[in-house]
Design a protein around this ligand. Sequence first.
Ligand code: BGP
Length: 467
Amino acid sequence: MQSEFPEGFLWGGATAANQFEGGYLEGGKGLSTADVMTSGEHGVPREITNGIMDDRHYPSHEAVGHYRRFEEDIELFGELGFKCYRLSINWTRIFPNGDEAEPNEEGLRYYDEVFDACLRRNIEPLVTLSHFETPLGLLKYGSWTNRQVVDFFLRYCETVFNRYKSKVTRWITFNEINVMSTKPWMAGGVDSDEEQVRMTAAYHQFLASAKAVRLAHQINPANKVGMMYAGHFSYPHSCDPEDVQRHDEFMHKMLFYCDVQCRGRYPAYKLKEFEREGITLPIEAGDEETLRQGTVDFLSFSYYLTHVVGKETSLVMKGLNGVKTGYANPHLPTSEWGWAINPLGLRHALNVLYDRYQIPLMIVENGLGAVDRVEEDGSVHDGCRIDYLRDHIREMRKAIQLDGVEVWGYTMWSPIDIISASTGEMKKRYGLIYADVDDQGGGTFKRIRKDSFHWYKKVIASNGADL
Ligand code: BGP
């Protein structure tokens, strides 16, 4: 069997600390924005609370207990044959409140051990610096609406770039940075529907990311730093030019985040929109240069679903629930959570991004959130998940092979079942490995290899030839 994937292709899986680790106050850790979000019921958005001193349910507090079980979990990743493991450093393990002068040694030591466990198995870590884990302690500054937070972030970056210089060379600054337009609390501890507030916070994240890129290169010229786009891609509802125009506007709202980070400047369409809406950016001398010099080395993105946008779509994106366009796609099946499953759309997405930016791409999240059942004999048959992953990998292969798109790797979401970011539920499972934890945080925490585990292992061993 001939593989059509490049040699050294980075196969693996991706997680986020706040959804995976648990141990939310262990090892000197402080609270992050994710730690004060309750679970929502099926389809109901999560709720932001003031803290931990009430009895509402916070599923991420213990998550699936990876904090204490990382050796066992990474052993399973080794068994899968992972080449790459995308994880986030939880900022609040390193700087518990975000603004300390000195880092928390216990937190630093923890990730040393995690990276060592990966490297012993020849798994390359790919580290997200901020995956919905802004320290709650930065809220008193106004979080990302305040420019001072850029400096706090840089202090954190400098600390981890130096500390893990010999262990990590691939980094992502902000997970799904465009979530600032849809769920700003998750993206950066900003709870506001006002576009001015969101755009100010996004501006500071752009600056922080650009500065982090330069700093990473200075500290270790081998460092590669990427951005991460929440893969929102859409189709016009019809060929009515009005629908197409709305679709274009929607894509602009999302893709401008990539434009800034890949091209180093705000696109003209965004500046014109700001002018019309009376939105101003807190630009200081030298900022334009900073953005120009801090473009990313690669573009990574998540891909789960596609949208349909048309005349009826309201482009005001509000609240915790994110994007709702008002249309379904009659040509596509949906997941149990209503997400339109569209493998061919992944080929399209890869082409859109590569045509536009001409830099290497990475798919750093892709997977099926579904309810799984453990059979009497302890097995989990998740054929739907295998189909989902296989169909998407096939389309990725076409983008590489037939369209010439440069793709560095594919880290599926997520190798082990973890807490859902949008709903806080446990029953929305993505794993190749089942974690025996329920929506109330009960269970044995035991890991069980699902059918998809054995399938993905073969895919990696054959470098994608055996799908
Ligand atoms: C992305 C996030 C992840 C994640 C995934 C799946 O938006 O980067 O953190 O969880 O989506 O979404 P969910 O968990 O809501 O099903």
